[in-house]
Design a protein around this ligand. Structure first.
Ligand SMILES: Nc1ncnc2c1ncn2[C@@H]1O[C@H](COP(=O)(O)OP(=O)(O)OP(=O)(O)O)[C@@H](O)[C@H]1O
Ligand SMILES: [Mg+2]
Length: 268
């Protein structure tokens, strides 16, 4: 199972849109079995995929109490079937917001729970194919560094950073890279998969920002173009490959996943 946390401390940069469309392309075009974890109290991914936080969510498990003998197994029992074939889901819920980093220091948050889930899943096999139960695990992170994002970074092998090309985003990158470096002290295996420029449109400023990003030496994927079809997708609750497969972003997300599976085709 390849585990990718989709992270950026900045809000509204298309973390959720990326998780949704990546999951859908992997499941439908490549027949991959995908587990999506919603680590954000806004629950956009949970809602989109038709999850029910009342029936079980990540928040219960992140709280230290009740202390479970096998947290990985317990969390696995809360995995839900989504409304999209090939995608399963662990829901977020609103109470994730209360679990800030101070609860980690105070010992109230069980940030290792996703790691335990991963170890648990690694021991399981797909009864049909004999391979891993899930080929991919994608974690939608909140726009904050809190207990839920810490748990996500502890579980992940790789970090993907969607980035909206503006001056604020470029300035926020330094902070984010520092935080990921800090997480590497706890999870040394964590790799920076790359940055994914999102909501791209042709203008001298975005092209300049993209150039600066490429020159930073960070691995960069090809950009995802801006299109209203992404907003529309959230209303109809269907990923772009169903609702608007020929839209610019629909085409770009497919190309991004193709590059991801080919092991890069990144610049920088
Ligand atoms: N390629 C795109 N073109 C146009 N709009 C987009 C694109 N990608 C995302 N959006 C829109 O931008 C907004 C923010 O996207 P999204 O919710 O995915 O960001 P986010 O990083 O998950 O936000 P948050 O930090 O609040 O979780 C949404 O309204 C979404 O529909
Ligand atoms: Mg989001």
């Amino acid at each position: 199972m390849r585990t990718i946390a989709v992270v950026n401390l900045k809000g509204g940069v298309a973390k959720t849109a990326t998780v949704i469309n990546m999951a859908a392309v992997l499941a439908k075009d490549y027949k991959q079995s995908v587990l999506v974890i919603d680590a954000d109290s806004q629950c956009n991914t949970t809602e989109f995929f038709g999850g029910d936080p009342e029936a079980g969510s990540l928040a219960h498990h992140l709280r230290k109490w009740p202390t479970l003998t096998d947290p990985g197994e317990a969390l696995r029992s809360d995995i839900q079937i989504s409304n999209f074939d090939g995608v399963e889901l662990i829901c977020g819920d609103e109470s994730l917001m209360d679990l800030d980093l101070s609860s980690v220091k105070g010992g109230d948050a069980n940030v290792g729970v996703l790691r335990e889930l991963r170890d648990y899943l690694d021991e399981l096999y797909d009864p049909d194919g004999g391979g891993d139960l899930y080929d991919y695990c994608l974690i939608d992170c909140p726009p904050a560094f809190n207990a839920a994002s810490a748990a996500a970074l502890l579980m992940a092998d790789e970090v993907l950073i969607p980035i909206k090309l503006d001056a604020f985003a470029l300035r926020g990158m330094t902070n984010l890279i520092r935080q990921i470096d800090n997480m590497r002290k706890i999870n040394p295996a964590l790799k920076l998969l790359g940055c994914l420029p999102t909501m791209w449109y042709k203008s001298p400023r975005t092209e300049e920002a993209e150039r600066i990003l490429r020159e930073s030496g960070l691995p960069i994927f090809g950009h995802i173009r801006r299109t209203d079809k992404v907003d529309d997708m959230t209303f109809v609750q269907e990923p772009l490959l169903v609702s608007s497969p020929r839209s610019a972003a629909g085409v770009d997300y497919r190309k991004f996943v193709r590059d991801l599976l080919r092991g890069g085709k990144k610049h920088g």
